[in-house]
Design a protein around this ligand. Structure first.
Ligand SMILES: NC(=O)c1ccc[n+]([C@@H]2O[C@H](COP(=O)([O-])OP(=O)(O)OC[C@H]3O[C@@H](n4cnc5c(N)ncnc54)[C@H](O)[C@@H]3O)[C@@H](O)[C@H]2O)c1
Length: 335
C-alpha cells in the first residue's frame, strides 16, 4: 500500500512517517507541503521518492493519505481525498467547526474508504486495557467521569499552536481533545444532554510571562490556555472536565478516572478500585501487554483498516462529537 503525507511538519516527521516506515505492506511514497523546501528536505531525510506539487498530484500516486496540516485545512483536504477515492488518516481535531466535521463524517459514511482521526491516546496500552476492563463489566455502569489534562505553564508557542486562524483554538483543540475523546470512548460515547463550560486566556497574556516551554508573543495570544466543562449524558452519567496549557498548579496532571456502579478505575496509571466481601481493594497494573509505541499501534490499525483486515478504532462520528463538544464549550463560554 502506498501512502502520501500532506503537511510534513512536526507531527508528520516525529510520529507518522517513522511509524509508517516500521510497517510492512506500506511504502511512504510521496509528500506534499505548501512549503516546497520543507517537502524536499523531509523527502530526502526519510528516503521518500515522490514530491508532489499539489494534493491532486499526490492522490494520483497513492492509495491513502495522512493529513498533517493545521486544523483549518483538515476539512477541505479530507473531502478532496475521499472524493479522489483515497483512504484518509487526518490529524486531530477532526475540524475546527462542528459543521465541517459533520460534512466530513457524512462524506466518509457515504463511501467505502477509511477515515480515521488521530486520537492516538486510545492506542496507549493503559487505555486499551481500561477499555477491556469496562467492557467485561469490572466497574459496572459508568456514573461519573473525571478528566484532567493539566500542564503547568507550558504554552507551546512555536509552530501554529497559538494561531487561532489556523488552529481554531488553544488547549482544547490541541490537548484537551485527546482526553475528551479517550474518556468518551471508554464509556461508549453516551448521548450528550448538555455541555456547560468556560475558557480562559489571561494567564498566557500576563506581561510577567513564566513559561517552561519557552517565550512566545503574549500580545498575540487569542486562544484559550485553560478550559473547564461539565457534561451531562442522557443515560444519567456526568463528566467533570478540565484542561490547561498554563495552569497555576503544583505539577502537570493527566488523569481519567471513572466511578461505576460496582467499581472504579484510573487510567494513568491504570488501577482499579473495588469493594466486595466486606473489603475495599485497589488493583494496580504492573505490566500491560501490547505495543508500547502508540504512534506505531495507531499507524498499524489504520493500515490494517485500509487493507480490510480490521476495523479502524477511531470512527469519524466519534471524532465529530469531540469537535461538537469543543464548539459547545466555546459557545457556553461566550454567554
Ligand atoms: N496527535 C497529536 O498529539 C498531535 C500533536 C501535534 C500536532 N497535531 C496536529 O497535527 C497537525 C499539524 O500540526 P504540526 O504540529 O505538525 O504543525 P507544523 O506547523 O509543524 O506542520 C504543518 C505543516 O503543514 C504545512 N502546511 C500548512 N498548510 C498547508 C496546506 N494547506 N497544504 C499542505 N501543507 C500545508 C506547513 O508548511 C507545515 O510543514 C495539526 O492538526 C495538529 O493539531 C497532533
Amino acid at each position: 500500500m502506498k501512502v502520501g503525507i500532506i503537511g510534513v511538519g512536526g507531527i508528520a516527521t516525529n510520529r507518522h512517517i517513522p511509524a509508517l516506515q516500521t510497517i510492512e505492506d506500506v511504502e511512504v511514497y510521496g509528500v506534499y507541503d505548501v512549503n516546497q523546501v520543507r517537502a524536499t528536505e523531509v523527502a530526502a531525510s526519510f528516503a521518500i521518492p515522490f514530491i508532489a506539487n499539489s494534493e491532486s498530484e499526490l492522490f494520483a500516486q497513492v492509495d491513502a493519505v495522512v493529513i498533517c496540516t493545521p486544523n483549518k485545512f483538515h476539512h477541505q483536504s479530507v473531502l478532496q481525498a475521499l472524493q479522489a477515492g483515497k483512504h484518509v488518516f487526518c490529524e486531530k481535531p477532526m475540524a475546527i467547526t462542528n459543521a465541517e466535521a459533520v460534512e466530513m463524517e457524512k462524506a466518509a459514511s457515504e463511501g467505502k474508504n477509511v477515515l480515521q482521526i488521530g486520537y492516538h491516546y486510545r492506542f496507549k496500552k493503559e487505555a486499551l486495557a481500561a477499555k477491556k476492563l469496562i467492557q467485561t463489566g469490572e466497574i459496572g455502569d459508568p456514573l461519573v467521569i473525571r478528566v484532567e489534562g493539566m500542564r503547568r505553564r507550558k504554552v507551546p508557542g512555536w509552530g501554529v499552536f497559538i494561531n487561532k486562524d489556523l488552529q481554531g483554538g488553544g488547549c482544547l483543540m490541541d490537548y484537551g481533545c485527546h482526553l475528551l475523546d479517550l474518556a468518551l470512548w471508554l464509556v461508549d460515547y453516551p448521548e450528550i444532554e448538555s455541555v456547560h463550560g468556560q475558557t480562559y486566556e489571561l494567564v498566557s497574556r500576563h506581561e510577567d510571562q513564566v513559561n517552561e516551554w519557552g517565550a512566545y508573543d503574549a500580545t498575540k495570544i487569542d486562544v484559550e490556555d485553560h478550559a473547564t466543562a461539565y457534561i451531562t449524558f442522557k443515560n444519567g452519567a456526568t463528566m467533570l472536565f478540565e484542561t490547561s496549557w498554563a495552569a497555576n498548579v503544583p505539577s502537570d496532571k493527566e488523569t481519567i478516572s471513572i466511578s461505576g456502579t460496582t467499581g472504579g478505575l484510573n487510567v494513568f496509571p491504570l488501577a482499579m478500585n473495588k469493594a466486595s466481601s466486606g473489603m475495599m481493594s485497589t488493583m494496580n497494573a504492573d505490566w500491560i501487554a501490547g505495543e508500547s509505541n502508540e504512534g506505531i499501534a495507531q499507524a498499524r490499525n489504520f493500515v490494517n483498516a485500509c487493507l480490510g483486515r480490521e476495523e479502524s478504532l477511531v470512527k469519524p462520528n466519534e471524532a465529530q462529537q469531540v469537535t461538537s463538544i469543543i464548539e459547545q464549550i466555546y459557545e457556553a463560554s461566550k454567554k
